[in-house]
Design a protein. Structure first.
Length: 635
């Protein structure tokens, strides 16, 4: 009797197993059919039932995670992928999608180890690099992010999103380095040289001249400062001072080929095209890459008459074989407003080689030889050679090499202002190249219109910016970035109702975004509705560090207007670094006086006056820059 019961139990267990197997197979078929028709939720439901039957199969958990991922149920997907990973840590899909979904749910730090494993498991797939770049960007590790995005663009040059992400990561790195430089070494000649360059790009030439003179008074400075100042004088149409600076640059060490280009410009404007071409040819023979990347310097601001004459002269010289082919192509491209790449023959490079050491090459302005002779420093890590490689590769337009050498040097000299200066310049060039490549691949995309909108905002062309942001919004209705762009441009155009309307739409999509909240707070403040502004400004405290002083200053005003004087003082003190017109110090002075603190009130008023005096002086300079007096002006 006992034997019979055991046999019956065994038979019943076997029947149950067969039924389970049939159910399991049926669930897999159902899941696969649903998946094939993009019915991810029903596919996930079937896989959930299947893993209850066979919870020991990691691939099954991975398939469930994929369906949950496609259904945008990221938290459930993460749990399924984690289960698969515990069963088999070497599976590619769970590692990759754990990284993807952790980044998607704002856990980038946790994502990194899975993405690094995915990279090792499948080195041919670029997806881990792309997601890893996003994770590093979220953690403000911009150098690492740029490296990952760069690997994607090398593997797939047509991957437009990678070019865009690379450009943004590089600009973020530039911003981070610039902030570090301004905080730690604001009086450095390298900091001042960067600021002077920015002033020049804004046509604030008189301010730029003063700063360049200050830089030139320093024993340590970037190369070519005399020549750069000479070109600023040319923008002011002061040829005598420009000539003096070019002459000084020619006799300075290190020698600067830009001086020769400047003197060639002066020859051309003195109606001596033959003398101009002779100087350009000499510099081309010594340093073709330097001439190529500075060709736009030569024609920038030139009169239409001289541009037309120079163009016709080049054609004649080319037809009679009186100009090197590469030099002709460079300036034809420059006259069209295009960047070009000189066709330098191997014979030309060989003939230019020297037996001198790289320090001597640098001092004599032989930047190609200098870079070639210091390439080994990427392996040896010799600081002086790395420094020369960083500088010389930048000056021949090899910005990727300059950035790489600068990154290596930063590991050795993390506090060097000079190293930060070259990193900023190289990464900025690389960022613009990446964004140009993105625009080339997607000329009519939403992101392209957003980029153009941002550029127009920087140039204070708000109507043009609105057009671009509207195009972006039309292409991607409801996108917070496009709505924020619209709201920001409307705010700068003093259209507060439209600002609030678009910011409100953006907050509907991204309610915690600090920049949108900040803009909404400012809009309500413009209406003097301080109670409505306060909650938005408090969310704005999560913005980027460089924006926080402005947020604190706004909150200080809100607290002052709503009778919370001590809180207002605290916030305004945190916001004084953002005071551009003296208003923050004036509010502080009023609150100090109201609380009986006459001493601090007096100090705040004095600081307010100093800010206003500087502001008035800068306004006068800006007016003079925009209304230059020249001999060509009508009386």
């Amino acid at each position: 009797m006992r034997l019979l019961s055991l046999l019956l139990a065994t038979h019943l267990a076997g029947a149950s197993q067969q039924q389970q197997n049939a159910t399991f197979e049926s669930l897999l078929v159902t899941a696969q059919r649903a998946q094939a028709s993009n019915d991810y939720q029903n596919a996930a439901t079937a896989y959930k039932k299947a893993v209850r039957i066979r919870p020991d199969i990691p691939e099954l958990w991975a398939n469930l995670g994929l369906m949950e991922h496609e259904s945008r149920d990221y938290s459930e997907a993460i749990q399924s992928f984690e289960h698969a990973h515990r069963l088999n840590p070497s599976l590619y899909v769970p590692n990759l999608f754990l990284g993807i979904d952790l980044v998607q749910t704002n856990h980038p730090k946790a994502a990194i180890r899975y993405l690094l494993t995915a990279e090792k498991l499948n080195s041919s797939d670029i997806e881990p690099h792309l997601i890893l770049g996003k994770a590093y960007s979220s953690l403000q590790e911009f150098k690492l992010a740029a490296h990952e995005f760069g690997l994607v663009t090398q593997s797939d040059p047509n991957r437009s999103s990678a070019w865009f992400s690379l450009g943004i990561a590089l600009l973020d790195q530039v911003e981070s380095d610039a902030r570090k430089m301004s905080e730690e070494a604001p009086d450095s000649p390298y900091s001042k040289a960067l600021f002077a360059e920015a002033l020049t790009s804004q046509s604030r030439y008189l301010e730029a001249v003063d700063l360049y003179k200050n830089v030139l008074a320093s024993p340590s400075q970037p190369p070519c400062m005399h020549a750069v100042l000479g070109f600023v004088y040319l923008k002011q149409r002061d040829t005598a001072k420009a000539a003096s600076e070019f002459e000084a640059a020619q006799s300075a060490t290190p020698r600067c080929p830009l001086a020769g280009i400047g003197q060639a410009r002066l020859r051309l404007e003195a109606d001596d095209p033959d003398g101009s071409l002779k100087l350009l040819s000499q510099e081309w023979e010594r340093n073709p890459e330097f001439v190529e990347i500075n060709s736009l310097f030569f024609i920038d601001g030139m009169s239409q008459e001289h541009l037309s004459g120079f163009s016709a002269f080049l054609v004649r010289q080319h037809e009679s074989n009186q100009i090197p082919k590469g030099l002709f192509e460079v300036f034809v491209s420059a006259l069209k407003g295009e960047s070009s790449h000189p066709h330098i023959s191997s014979e030309q490079i060989v003939s230019a080689q020297s037996a001198n050491d790289p320090d001597d090459d640098y001092m004599r302005g032989r930047y190609r030889q200098c870079a070639d002779h210091t390439m080994s420093s990427l392996d040896t890590k010799a600081p002086n050679k790395l420094r020369l490689l960083t500088v010389c590769s930048f000056l021949i337009g090899d910005y990727a090499l300059s950035s790489r050498a600068g990154a290596e040097l930063t590991e050795i000299l993390p506090q060097s202002v000079e190293v930060i200066y070259w990193s900023i310049r190289a990464n900025e060039k690389l960022a613009f190249q990446a964004l140009e490549q993105y625009e080339h691949l997607e000329p009519a995309s939403e992101r392209t219109h957003l980029l153009l909108g941002d550029i127009y905002v920087q140039r204070e062309r708000y109507d043009d910016a609105l057009d671009e942001y509207q195009k972006a919004s039309n292409l991607a209705p409801g996108d917070p970035a496009a709505l924020l762009g619209l709201a920001s441009a409307y705010f700068r155009n003093a259209n507060i109702p439209k600002t609030i309307e678009n910011a409100q739409l953006a907050l509907g999509k991204a309610p915690e975004d600090p920049e949108i909240n900040l803009l909404m707070g400012e809009a309500w403040m413009a209406r003097h509705d301080f109670a409505s502004a306060e909650p938005f400004l408090k969310k704005g405290l999560q913005a980027k560090p460089q924006m926080l002083p402005h947020v604190h200053a706004l909150l200080g005003r809100v607290f002052a207007e709503t009778g919370r004087d001590q809180e207002a003082i605290k916030e305004l003190k945190l916001g004084v670094s953002s005071d551009e017109d003296g208003s923050v110090h004036y509010q502080l002075a009023r609150l100090y006086r109201k609380s009986g603190n006459a001493k601090d009130a007096t100090v705040a008023l004095e600081e307010m006056r100093e800010i206003q005096e500087r502001r008035r002086a800068n306004a006068v300079i800006a007016f003079k820059d925009s209304h230059p007096t020249t001999l060509d002006d009508e009386p």
